[in-house]
Design a protein around this ligand. Sequence first.
Ligand code: MN
Length: 415
Amino acid sequence: MGVMRSWVAGADGSDFPLENLPLGVFRRADGKACIGSAIGDSILDLRAAADARLLQKELAAACREDALNALMAMGRGASQALRERMQELLSGAGARARVEPLLVSRAGAEMLLPARIGGYTDFYASVYHATNVGRLFRPENPLLPNYKWVPIGYHGRASSIVVSGAEVRRPSGQTKAADAKEPSFGPSKALDYELEVGFFVGQGNRLGEPIPLAEAERHVFGLCLLNDWSARDVQAWEYQPLGPFLGKNFATTISPWIVTLEALEPFRATALKRPEGDPKPLKYLDSADDRASGGFDVTLEVWLRTAQMREPVRVSRGNLRDLYWTLAQMLTHHTSNGCNLQPGDLLATGTVSGALADSVGSLLEMTRRGAEPLMLPGGETRKFLETGDEVILRGYCEREGCARIGFGECRGVVV
Ligand code: MN
């Protein structure tokens, strides 16, 4: 596979080359929320492209919207067609004169949520994360018996999803220290991040009509980075018996650019090989195709910058490949009871942790619930996040012979 060339300065070799073309929504100088695609340091204004009659009719109508839902609803064929058209416009010298005026600087652009998110579901698909967390609470029996059979998830809160850059207010909540007789109410003392990947639903399914595994990826529009901020002390006291609630739903940050499944195609990977002795997934969650190519090789990093630090420091690096369940398995399981997914719904993987100590996706795991504080370069330490700390998630794909593509950043400062 060759590397493509764009006439846009800085596109080749950046996180946003012609091979990526992620989609998002930005606020234009005239105040309008517009769909755009990142190319190098610029955004291609797709509403302007539609108005300039550079897009085919149905695509143009979807690209004049203020959110990606309409385009998502059109399915993978539409995103593929839009991608090919953008590649044509941004590479051919002939189109340059007409397209260059439609570019906006990314540096000054305010990014908005890419879609109206009707529903948000968070899974728990990393067996390493589930084991690390389980070990803190049940050293003898870290993994619950259902884990290897069923993709565990919970319904999150869509209304508190914010886009990268939004401040995150430390939540207050009810907590109970182990040695306290009664709980108390106050600011969380154990605020954490969770390194996750979100995946947006494209075309939905009708209520009562499950999506089989072989069709699952046709319903995935694309991926983003996601920080599932978590108040561990609130969570620990409230989670039984119904699972996460106020310890999670005060904020979830996503990166503004959705990297489409088309762009991720060269970075497919085998699904995680189940260790000897693990059960085979039930039939509706198993296929040779999914085992062979249901994974995605995306390097994921967490960077932390405290108020005292000038530059952020990387605190962990993992890979999306390491999930126990594939995106297709999660989506199929979600609809297996007939539950309907809608364009713009957001599913998330759960914390992505790997097998190594430096590839864990939360402070809870890294510091073993605060018992082993993280040492930072300036001499500071962290058990959990402090006010002024900025968490930055980064993601990218690299493969010999392919152009590197990136996800950009997912940032948030604790206030
Ligand atoms: Mn989570």
